[in-house]
Design a protein around this ligand. Structure first.
Ligand code: ROI
Length: 171
C-alpha cells in the first residue's frame, strides 16, 4: 500500500501536559508502517469549553503511514488509553487527546471518523501547529491553512520552550 501523509493533533491539560505530548510523539514515531516526518512546536492555549480547567498544551505531528485511516485511528486511541485517558466531563480536562486531522487529501465521513477533523477550521491551537509543519498545506476543499488561521478565534497561543525532559520510550 502507498504511504499517505497524515497529520495528528495532540492536546493535554492534565498530569504534566508537555511530558504527555512528548511521550505521545515518541509512541507515534514508533508505530509500525509509519514514519515521523516532523513535529511542531508545542503551544499553551486557553481552554475552549469550561474555563475552570487548566490551560492546554497543543501540538501536531506529520506522519507518513501505510496504515489506513481507521488503522491509524485505532493506534491513536490505544496511545490515549496508554496515557490513562479518561473522559470525565464533556469538554473537560484530559490527559491526552490525539485527533486525526488530515489524511492525505481524503474526505472521510463515517461513524467513527470525520476527516478533516470537524473542529479544525475554528481552532488556532490546531491550525497553527499544522502551519508550522507545512505552510503550503490546503484542506481537501482547497482552503489554505493560512487563510483559516486569520479567521479563527484567538485562544492566546504561546509557544513553549523545547521540552527538556527525555520522553519515556514506548512499549
Ligand atoms: N481547548 C484547548 N485550548 N486545547 C484543546 O486541545 C482542547 N481540547 C478539548 C476542549 C476541552 C474542547 N478544549 C480544548 O477537547
Amino acid at each position: 500500500m502507498a504511504a499517505s501523509d497524515a497529520f495528528v493533533g495532540l492536546g493535554s491539560n492534565m498530569a504534566d501536559p508537555s511530558t504527555q505530548l512528548a511521550g505521545a510523539v515518541a509512541r507515534l514515531a514508533a508505530l509500525s508502517k509509519t514514519e515521523l516526518v516532523a513535529q511542531s512546536p508545542f503551544y499553551s492555549s486557553k481552554p475552549v469549553g469550561p474555563q475552570d480547567q487548566p490551560d492546554f498544551v497543543n501540538g501536531a505531528v506529520w506522519l507518513r503511514t501505510q496504515l489506513t485511516a481507521l488503522e491509524l485511528l485505532d493506534q491513536l486511541q490505544a496511545i490515549e488509553q496508554a496515557h490513562g485517558r479518561e473522559r470525565i466531563r464533556h469538554w473537560g480536562p484530559r490527559t491526552l487527546d490525539l485527533d486525526l486531522l488530515l489524511y492525505g487529501d481524503e474526505t472521510i465521513t463515517s461513524e467513527r471518523l470525520t476527516v478533516p477533523h470537524a473542529e479544525l477550521t475554528n481552532r488556532d491551537f490546531v491550525i497553527q501547529p499544522l502551519l508550522d509543519l507545512d505552510p503550503q498545506r490546503r484542506l481537501p476543499d482547497g482552503r489554505s491553512l493560512a487563510s483559516l488561521r486569520q479567521q479563527c478565534p484567538d485562544n492566546n497561543l504561546q509557544k513553549l520552550n523545547p521540552v527538556a525532559r527525555i520522553p519515556t520510550p514506548p512499549g
